[in-house]
Design a protein around this ligand. Structure first.
Ligand code: DHB
Ligand code: MG
Length: 215
């Protein structure tokens, strides 16, 4: 459907255009390049370079000091986020797969961020309650198992300061957001909870990114 920002039949985002803008605005240094390069046997499901850069800019705008990430993979988004934290800032990031966490720790150490980032291994639902005492937090980035997004979102809202950011990757759920499935319901629950407790928007990155500012 055409609207003010879309002309019928025009393809705005070609792979070449995406590559150009991501190189111009979100180029990698050695540490980001290493954390973007997923070894064999680990799925390449990290955020894209532009999404990683967007996380940085949003945390800077929010003046974030204490941040939680659910879903580390091998540390690409964590490195983006931890880089913009102040000297006393910290990122706690949760990873379910021990093998991914180990690679993440190596990448984080190579990026010189070992003292700024704590990688915690386990299920988000188990680990998040152990972080409550470190809060309230300035931002929570959710990028983990989709079937628990409603639970992760509820924890985020509960443990963010007023004005804190809740961020959720894959908010289009690979095109399955409206499905009658457990993860469809969980992701819609996440959207609706964020909308109820935050000023929020869904940014149309390739698979969607929810951004909410807690009221
Ligand atoms: C998958 C997970 C993600 O967080 C993502 O951004 C892309 C894919 C997945 O589980 O397949
Ligand atoms: Mg994701």
């Amino acid at each position: 459907m055409a609207d003010k920002n879309s002309r019928e039949g025009v393809r705005y985002q070609t792979p070449e255009i995406i590559k150009y803008v991501s190189e111009v605005h979100a180029g990698h240094d050695a540490a980001l390049a290493q954390a973007f390069e997923v070894p064999d046997g680990i799925p390449a499901i990290q955020v894209g370079p532009s999404e990683g850069k967007l996380l940085e800019l949003l945390l800077r705008l929010a003046g974030a000091t204490k941040v939680v990430e659910v879903g580390t993979l091998i540390g690409y988004s964590a490195i983006h986020m931890a880089r913009v934290l102040p000297a006393d800032g910290h990122l706690w990031t949760i990873e379910f797969e021990p093998k991914h966490a180990e690679v993440a720790r190596t990448n984080i150490a190579k990026a010189g961020l070992a003292d700024k980032i704590t990688v915690l291994v386990g299920a988000g639902t188990e680990i998040l309650p152990t972080l409550v005492d470190k809060g309230p937090f300035d931002a929570v980035f959710i990028d983990a198992d989709k079937v628990n997004y409603d639970k992760y979102g509820a924890w985020a809202i509960e443990n963010l300061r007023k004005g804190g950011l809740v961020l959720g990757d894959n908010s289009f759920l690979f095109g399955e957001l409206l499905d009658e499935s457990d993860r469809g319901r969980a992701m819609r629950g996440f959207h609706e909870l964020v909308a109820k407790s935050c000023d929020s928007v869904n940014i149309p990155t390739p698979d969607g990114l929810v951004v909410g500012i807690k009221r």
